[in-house]
Design a protein around this ligand. Structure first.
Ligand SMILES: Cc1cc2nc3c(=O)[nH]c(=O)nc-3n(C[C@H](O)[C@H](O)[C@H](O)COP(=O)(O)OP(=O)(O)OC[C@H]3O[C@@H](n4cnc5c(N)ncnc54)[C@H](O)[C@@H]3O)c2cc1C
Length: 315
């Protein structure tokens, strides 16, 4: 088992940025990642300052290459357990599926999210291509074209909210509720924004040369350039819950790891970064938050070092 200051679980934008900041602070870091970033089906990453639409894989490869000068070990594997070792100050033993073991003074959970998609045939097939979720990420590329917002059955208010957002990118937005009925207030707000509504069930989403057809239950096919969907988000990993970290219980971030303003969880020595703590973060936001977490970890480790050194001087 090798010793490290910090084991980071998850090596997408948040985990890699935490590794960069900690590596530059001369911390010994192990980053373990099993290669499932949330945006992996997407063709390009947009809205990331300094990056001209790389693919998700290109962005991460370039971030990994920046870590070479530092004491950062990159491991391709899935962390299966993190065991706290009670010994005055927090210590952890981390084990991965293929047999790696590391001890660490601190843990960063940057394990991200997965998206549960609407159960409409075709949606998962074109997910990340012409079916996307976030207008801030992919709206500009299809601006001023006919767009669909597909709701998630059972979450009609989310569909309304997302369609209103999308109306800033095109004045031809159709909200498909997939069988959910909308209240008067939602309908009034949509009408004010120029969004039209179809409440029939959607049978499938099918590709054609210029975009996608949304095929309704009666066979009517409505052509759109792109389909934005409402998703339900789930944590990719249950490590935080198994460590006993408090999770957010209600509201839009329900299920996320509950942290203070610098990423400290309720379990001493365990920190969390990126969309694990805030599902709404764009990629650059996840990286930025992770760099704040990393600077706070460095300061906390320094405090531990000084307390230990002071104890040695006085003993
Ligand atoms: C289709 C799609 C397109 C998107 N496009 C954009 C865009 O254009 N611009 C933008 O700003 N944002 C975009 N986003 C949002 C963006 O994907 C997220 O903001 C970003 O991925 C968050 O990064 P993260 O590091 O928090 O988590 P993630 O990217 O989800 O990464 C988490 C990592 O942790 C790893 N992991 C999880 N559990 C373990 C474990 N136990 N052991 C080891 N590794 C583990 C996973 O394999 C993964 O690599 C898009 C999202 C989707 C779904």
């Amino acid at each position: 088992m090798s010793d490290s200051d910090v084991v980071i679980v998850g090596g997408s934008v948040a985990g890699l940025q935490a590794a960069l900041t900690l590596g530059r602070a001369r911390r010994r870091v192990v980053l373990v990642d099993d290669g499932q970033p949330r945006n992996r089906p997407a063709r390009h990453v947009h809205n990331f300052l300094g990056q001209l639409a790389p693919t998700p894989a290109e962005l991460l490869a370039s971030a990994r290459s920046m870590l070479a000068p530092y004491d950062v070990t990159l491991v391709s594997d899935r962390v299966e357990s993190i065991r706290p070792v009670v010994d005055g100050v927090p210590r952890f033993e981390v084990s991965a599926r293929q047999g790696g073991h590391w001890s660490a003074r601190s843990i960063v959970l940057a394990t991200g999210l997965t998206d549960e998609l609407p159960q409409v045939p075709g949606v998962s097939q074109w997910w990340g291509d012409q079916v996307v979720a976030c207008p801030h990420c992919h709206g500009w590329e299809v601006r001023d074209q006919p767009l669909a917002q597909l709701g998630m059955r059972g979450l009609p208010a989310r569909g309304v909210q997302r369609a209103l957002l999308l109306s800033r990118w095109s004045n031809d937005v159709l909200l498909f509720t997939d069988g959910d009925e909308l209240g008067g207030e939602g309908l009034a707000r949509l009408a004010a924004a120029g969004v039209r509504v179809r409440t029939e069930r959607v049978r499938s989403v099918e590709r054609h040369a210029d975009g996608l057809d949304l095929v309704l239950a009666d066979g009517e096919a409505i052509a759109r350039r792109a389909v934005f969907v409402v998703t339900r988000q789930h944590q990719q990993s249950d490590l935080a819950a198994r460590l006993g970290c408090r999770l957010i219980s209600a509201g839009p971030n329900a299920g996320a790891v509950d942290v203070d303003e610098v990423g400290r969880t309720s379990v001493p020595g365990v920190w969390a970064a990126g969309t694990t703590v805030n599902p709404a973060l764009l990629a650059i936001g996840a990286a930025g938050q992770a760099s704040t977490v990393a600077t706070a970890i460095h300061a906390a480790l320094l405090d531990e070092d000084i307390i230990e050194a002071t104890g040695r001087v006085h003993s």
